[in-house]
Design a protein around this ligand. Structure first.
Ligand SMILES: C[S@@+](CC[C@H](N)C(=O)[O-])C[C@H]1O[C@@H](n2cnc3c(N)ncnc32)[C@H](O)[C@@H]1O
Length: 422
């Protein structure tokens, strides 16, 4: 109902008066004098969704969402990054297109057959493609993807649902590892030899970042994507599109914000800055106690199983055979890990750590525990932090021994730092 003239007019009126917040009670009452109460309620909820959706889309304030559709949608920078790999394919199918998060990028420069069994989503996908000026390249079909006619389609992208009721109804996550359609069905799409060239079809499947990688078929690429430090998704590329076996992709945060702002102001979305790490076979990485710098790899690197590859790139070593922290004597700027300057490094005892933190004047700390048991909040309370400085306290294992590190961001050393390790 929001896509009709009164709905559009009402949404525009709310957005003009409240570009960054929600109308108050008195204003809602005033709106109900001019529009039906149901339409006002729907428009207020939509306005709230649009405000939230600015985190994913530079043109969110012109798009239309369902809550379920928004929650499952791919953000603009990730969609844009993914769509680049379909360059050279004239006609792509976007199966399970939802509200069109991927569609807006896929349809820039190629024809897309967009399929969803939810008629509201198929309608919104077309509308949202229009917001990005690419609706002319979209053919939308309301059907089960199993019944979609893929004749003439060169490549398929599929983002199966991982929650029930994609619309505004009650939503529930499926059990981990399950989706609709199931992953096995999605993988089978690549084996369909009915395409013109009689080659296996090019397929890309979006999956949960926690996917059990043992289910990924041989010859497929598993890409893990993080937006800044946040791991967002796994993307599985069939052999026709794969260029490596595993990949960690980081969408740079700072660049992303600049790109979104530029995109909002210009006619076309700006491609995000993307960093990719792929396997680089080489000698095994040694294990040794921490040195001057600690590297905390992005979860995309860890999930892709590329910690040793990153270590080789950084000239770093592992601080324990089982734990994904790296260390080096030199500071290296890398998008694939958070770099910390080690101020103190010693076998962990709370008594020693408390004394050292007091000496350093640490009053606020980010506590990271990896490979050690213990209640972080209780440990923090017992450390009785006090002082003007902020630090990162890492509780981990070194050579299978409980170990503590007090670290700072490079460039903002703590008072008294450099007083020695050990
Ligand atoms: C994860 S969402 C897609 C999100 C989309 N890629 C985006 O970025 O906006 C999944 C969609 O799959 C649709 N869906 C689930 N099972 C389907 C099926 N068997 N056939 C067609 N659509 C289906 C749901 O209606 C939902 O809109």
């Amino acid at each position: 109902m929001l896509l009709g003239d009164p709905g559009r007019e009402l949404l525009a009126r709310i957005a003009r008066a409240h570009p960054g917040d929600l109308p108050g009670l008195a204003e809602a009452t005033a709106l109900r004098r001019d529009y039906p109460a149901g339409l006002v309620a729907a428009a207020m909820a939509q306005h709230e969704l649009r405000l939230t959706a600015r985190a994913k889309f530079s043109r969110a304030m012109d798009m239309v969402f369902t809550r379920g559709g928004y929650e499952q949608s791919t953000s603009e920078p990730i969609a844009w990054h993914r769509a680049r790999r379909f360059t050279g394919t004239a006609r792509v199918a976007d199966l399970c297109c939802g509200i069109g998060g991927d569609l807006i990028a896929l349809a820039a420069g190629r024809e897309v057959l967009a399929v969803d069994r939810d008629p509201v989503h198929a309608r919104l996908a077309r509308h949202n493609a229009g917001v990005y000026g690419v609706a002319g390249n979209v053919t939308a079909r309301v059907t089960d993807v199993r019944d979609a006619d893929l004749t003439g389609v060169g490549a398929v992208f599929i983002d199966p649902a991982r929650r029930t009721a994609a619309g505004d109804g009650p939503r529930q996550r499926f059990r981990a590892g399950t989706s609709e359609p199931p992953l096995e069905w999605c993988f089978e799409l690549a084996a369909d030899r009915s395409v013109a060239a009689r080659e296996a079809r090019a397929v890309c499947v979006k999956a949960a970042p926690g996917i059990d990688t043992s289910v990924v078929p041989a010859g497929w690429e598993a890409e893990f994507i993080a937006d800044g430090r946040d791991l967002k998704e796994a993307v599985l590329w069939s052999p026709a599109l794969a260029t490596t076996s595993r990949r960690a992709t980081i969408i740079a945060r700072g660049d992303r914000d600049t790109a979104s702002a530029a995109s909002a102001a210009s006619a076309a979305p700006v491609a995000p800055v993307v960093h990719a790490l792929t396997p680089s076979p080489g000698p095994g990485v040694r294990v040794a106690p921490p040195g001057e710098y600690l590297y905390d790899p992005s979860p995309a690197v860890t999930r892709a199983g590329l910690v040793e590859d990153l270590a080789r790139q950084l000239g770093a070593w592992k601080i324990d055979d089982q734990i994904a922290f790296l260390s080096a004597e030199a500071e290296a700027a890398t998008p694939f890990a958070r770099t910390l300057k080690v101020i103190d490094s010693a076998p962990w005892t709370e008594k020693r750590a408390r004394a050292r933190l007091r000496e350093l004047g640490v009053g606020a700390a980010d506590l990271r525990r990896r490979g050690l048991a213990g209640d972080v909040d209780a440990i923090r309370r017992r450390l009785k932090l006090a002082g003007p400085h902020r630090a990162t306290i890492v509780l981990t294992r070194v050579a299978d021994q409980p170990w503590g590190l007090i670290c700072a961001d490079p460039g903002t050393p703590l008072a008294g730092s450099g007083a020695g390790n050990g």
